[in-house]
Design a protein around this ligand. Sequence first.
Ligand code: SF4
Length: 453
Amino acid sequence: MTTPEDAKAPLSEEESSGYDRKILDYIHRAAAHGLYEIRGLGAKRALPHFDDLVLLGSSLSRYPLEGYREQCTTQTVLGTRFAKRPIVLDIPITIAGMSFGALSAHAKDALARAATAAGTSTTTGDGGMTAEERRSSRTLIYQCLPSRYGFNPQDLHSADAIEIVIGQGAKPGGGGLLLGQKINPRVAAMRTLPEGIDQRSACRHPDWTGPDDLAIKIQELREITDWMKPIYVKVGASRTFHDVKLAVASGADVVVVDGMQGGTAATQACFIEHVGIPTLPALRQAVDALEDLGLKGEVQLIISGGIRTGADVAKALAMGADAVSIGQGMLIALGCNAGYYESDGARLPADADYRALGTRAGFCHHCHTGRCPVGVTTQDPLLETRLSAETGATRATNYLRTLALELTTMARACGKHNVHHLEREDLAALTVEAAAMARLPLAGTDWTPGTPP
Ligand code: SF4
């Protein structure tokens, strides 16, 4: 029997750490539907990150550059190992592969225009190359994925470099998904698939099973393109030290390592949160592999997976990357998770559309639905008009320029005339975890966890 004293007692709200509200929701949803959750974007859990590192700016022991008078160069050359025509970029910040199908045609075009305006490259994705993105981009990297959707010799010849995708950081060992609602007639035609039917991309290439076969495939691609185009090999971060060595042994000119914070348009949530290793240790393992082989500098390294700011770029370069690649950040620059979209110069609210998806601006990860409130990841003819290629290009260009400015500002503060002169000695870690994973000293100490004193 409840007494008046009981009614006045405070409610018991002690949350279980093992069965918190997130896990309760997960089990309730699984019990109701018998299906795993599929969603877009990347890991939401807290992971060691570039935020856990700091750059050691100059003081008396180092001189900074005078920002108004002394130049700091950002030029970046990729693919110097075997290709006759390496990729030359104005900045070491590239745009990651994202498919037409996952993204709208306007979004793909916007990214291509932004890449050209900022002097960098953009990348195709699963599903092939659109005419607009080829037209708009000065430098276009053409992905060769396990699915081979939209892969053809004409586009291979018109590309500037080829990226063989072994895996993605959001789902190493897994393939992509494109749900039927995003497969409109144009997407279906490019992928030679029926319209409106859910599609699962393969997770394994059909014509090789290991590095020996991959070497033959790389040789074929080189011969088809007359040894002109650099060949990149992209791996999702897991056993990165060995994977990078095998990619190099297979003949890669450039290795792209995509860490666990990398995004996706649609994948099982269990993959996004529980498979792979964070970008920070992946980068360190990749650099170690190249140094171990004595090929650091000869084979270039691109790191991706959660690169968001110019500080992230500076730290990645200091750790040993030659360039970074950005996916999610570019989508956000286009308007992803903004509360509005632009139409004829006016800002219109998108709140109702987020609500219809069961979310709010700032929390959306619903790319898989095809109902993107801001027109970035949709094939719906009406929603697609919410992002024009012109507006998207302006925003994405501004974002890339901001990153480049921040990068040079920080490099100058470290006394570097060239952003590629940033080095591990310019870094310290703020947490023991980051220090151990990046193998850098904990700030203010000479202690690097896991290394002999
Ligand atoms: S706003 Fe659009 S692009 Fe961003 S997470 Fe939502 S659906 Fe995806």
